[in-house]
Design a binder for this molecule. Structure first.
Ligand SMILES: C[S@@+](CC[C@H](N)C(=O)[O-])C[C@H]1O[C@@H](n2cnc3c(N)ncnc32)[C@H](O)[C@@H]1O
Length: 277
């Protein structure tokens, strides 16, 4: 009933309805003491599982919940930045696990000998990439980690080479190029400067380094989707998705691979860019 009222209010408010949906604090979705939702399952003295309690959660609510309660990324100006509650080998990372599964499939299919990660932060994602290459067993395969700030970085692995500086700067691009010349399959994951301007610069600098058939994944188009939903943290100039759409107007050798968004829940909306030739 409460949900129906919310839906009617949202429909009446149009784009402003997003504020009503968001009013429920993301962490409240984990309140397993709340037995108010009917699950149809007798729990006796046990607490309900979060899925039972949130069976009517929308994909939009899940996106806010995951960003805020799991990745610690605030959804609005009023939210506080929380702890990162996702780790790989003990190192924090900010990913949708479904995206990691898609990456696993891509890495197996492509067998890249160079993965360039633009934006590594703590390095949980960087180490995960190195371990994927370990599993494939090509001793020459490398991960090149680019980041402007190494303060939080904790990863260490013989396959990983770190370059520190602005990914769009001539100095960094000049150091990256020789790694590409020695590689036969280059995969690039962009999770660096998420402003439209920053992504545009990086796409200009790195798009030619991707080998045909491989991908340049532009992460966090979800930020632009949230902007469309009317979130206050995401107002303003636009981010990765805006840059991608402009980029595709200028490059007919790149296409969006929609199949990589088949789980629907992704942080890389319209961001799986395949270089077709
Ligand atoms: C979202 S975090 C990366 C998260 C990481 N890939 C993960 O999955 O956990 C973004 C990172 O990009 C870096 N960054 C921002 N602007 C950059 C730039 N111009 N050049 C290189 N790195 C940049 C930040 O320092 C930050 O560590």
């Amino acid at each position: 009933m409460k949900r129906l009222v919310k839906q009617i209010v949202n429909a009446a408010l149009g784009p402003f309805g997003a504020k009503i949906v968001r009013r429920r604090k993301a962490t409240s979705f984990l309140n397993t003491d709340d037995t108010s939702l009917k699950t149809g399952i007798e729990l006796e003295d046990r607490r309900a599982s979060p899925l039972m309690l949130n069976s009517e959660m929308s994909l939009r609510e899940w996106s806010y919940y995951h960003s805020s309660a799991v990745l610690g990324v605030p959804n609005s100006d009023e939210d506080e930045r929380g702890p990162i509650r996702m780790k790989y080998f003990g190192i924090p990372l900010r990913k949708n696990p479904l995206d990691l599964w898609i990456y696993q499939e891509m890495i197996f299919d492509l067998k890249p000998d160079l993965i360039i990660e633009i934006g590594s932060a703590h390095g949980g994602s960087t180490l995960w990439l190195a371990h994927q290459l370990d599993l494939l067993g090509d001793d020459r395969a490398k991960v090149l980690s680019l980041d402007i700030d190494r303060t939080p970085y904790l990863a260490s692995h013989p396959r990983i080479t770190e370059l520190t500086g602005d990914s769009a700067s001539e100095e960094i691009v000049r150091q990256v190029k020789p790694h590409c010349e020695n590689a036969s399959v280059v995969l690039i994951l962009h999770d660096g400067n998420h402003s439209a301007e920053g992504v545009t610069k990086d796409l200009a600098a790195y798009a030619d380094m991707v080998t045909p058939g491989s991908y340049l994944v532009v992460e966090d188009g979800l930020g632009d989707v949230k902007r469309q939903w009317g979130e206050s943290q995401y107002t303003g100039e636009g981010g990765p998705l805006k840059a991608v759409l402009e980029f595709l107007k200028t490059r007919d050798d790149y296409q969006i691979d929609y199949d990589k968004e088949r789980y629907i829940l992704t942080q890389n909306n319209l961001g799986f860019l395949r270089r077709v030739r």
